[in-house]
Ligand binder design. Structure first.
Ligand code: PMP
Length: 387
């Protein structure tokens, strides 16, 4: 059997070995039930405790204020592209005086492939999507975040402002929280950098993250939503013209009112996520400690790339992602050899996304400093061989 590898995958990504081993020990007999966690009822006391502990640990890790709900939803990050539009249009609709024309803009920052996809979905569902910035359109490619003077925000009229904190494919991460009209809910896709650094939850209306990078296995999506944005979906009869009606399974209030147990949740994914939260709290020492380690990891990687004659970063320094470092090798024909050599040394999933090409190092929370050192050593040797 193959020994465990150094996994630099962008997602599904590496999980902490401690977590996998604990799950293995508990696999056949969870909490002395004589069953695996996949075989118990989601309405059992055992699962209720698991769910509530998991929620509480996440609340502690991110210091989620009391006026927010933590939801465990399904359908991955992509389902939230639609859920956001539905839920927040319902909210805005219910704030509007009767009879007034309803067509608030939805503001989107497009800084990479994932926010572009989210904006496309919004345009499918609704006819007033406002692009605040589209970096590819203005600069020819993703890899920067233009200054505030270039943003075209709609102000207080908007139903929400949307951005993706870390663009997994393009390696672009916001070094700040965008400053917007405080009356407008700020919505953020944190699928690939949640729990990697401290941030102020109270600045946001909705935060969501698919699990399969920094949280756990694919299957569960974490949604953190402010209480005032929980509204019951109206049905089609009292719908304003052209405004979508929220499907029950995408409605945040339904999930909040039912403690994420409206239907059967992805129990195994939630269970493993809970183990990851325990690991972060007890082994790492919380998000602040994790942030320090992550900083060391990406600093090592970018320092090497910047000093190198053959590695070339694709992203402006101030907005380089701490989680995903895409780069090219000059000449590009060396990239194949680089990947094959890495593979031989048990370093896997380093190939860049097909839309960007080249190499991508993903260094999520579970990727250790030791793994990064091992990779950096290889990169140095590879460069020596080719210069
Ligand atoms: N947003 C970001 C930032 C992502 O990286 C991804 C997936 N890699 C998604 C959304 C889509 O997530 P999913 O595949 O869970 O739908």
């Amino acid at each position: 059997t193959r020994p465990r590898v150094y996994n630099f995958g962008a997602g599904p990504a590496a999980l902490p070995l401690d977590v996998l081993e604990k799950a293995q020990r508990e696999f056949l007999n969870y909490e002395n039930t004589g069953m695996s966690v996949m075989e118990i009822s989601h309405r059992s006391k055992t699962f209720e405790i698991l769910l509530n502990n998991t929620k509480q640990d996440l609340k502690t890790l991110l210091q989620v204020p009391d006026n927010y709900k933590i939801l465990f939803m399904q359908g991955g990050g992509c389902t939230q592209f639609s859920a956001i539009v539905y839920n927040l249009l319902e909210v805005k609709k219910q704030q509007l005086p009767e009879g007034e024309e309803f067509n608030p803009p939805l503001d989107y920052f497009i800084t990479g492939s994932w926010s572009a996809k989210a904006a496309d979905e919004a345009k499918r569902l609704y006819n007033n999507v406002n692009v605040v910035i589209d970096v590819k359109k203005s600069n020819g490619n993703f890899g920067s975040i233009p200054p505030k003077e270039e943003w075209k925000l709609s102000g207080s009229k908007a139903a929400f402002v949307y951005y993706c904190d870390n663009e997994t494919i393009n390696g672009v991460e916001f070094p700040f929280i965008p400053d917007i009209d405080p009356s407008v809910p700020l919505v953020c896709d944190m699928s690939s950098n949640i729990l990697s650094r401290k941030f102020d939850v109270s600045k946001f209306g909705v935060i969501y993250a698919g699990a399969q990078k920094n949280i756990g296995p694919a299957g569960v999506t974490i949604v953190i939503v402010r209480d005032d944005l929980l509204v019951k979906p109206k049905s089609i009869n009292d719908q304003d013209k052209g405004v979508p009606v929220t499907p029950t399974m995408l409605n945040y209030k339904i999930f909040a009112d039912n403690n994420s147990l409206y239907n059967t949740p992805p129990m195994f994914s939630i269970y493993i996520s809970g183990l990851v939260f325990e690991w972060l709290l007890n082994q790492i020492g919380g998000v602040g400690a994790m942030e320090e380690i992550n900083k060391q990891k990406c600093t090592k990687v970018y320092d090497l790339i910047d000093k190198s004659k053959i590695y070339r970063s694709l992203v402006d320094k101030p907005v380089r992602s701490r989680m995903n470092a895409p780069f090219r090798i000059v000449p590009e024909k060396l990239e194949k050899e680089f990947l094959a050599g890495a593979e031989e040394l048990k370093m896997v999933q380093l190939k860049g996304h097909r839309s960007v090409g080249g190499i991508r190092i993903s260094m999520y929370n579970s990727v250790t400093l030791e793994a990064i050192d091992f990779l950096i050593n290889y990169m140095i040797e590879f460069e020596k061989k080719h210069t």
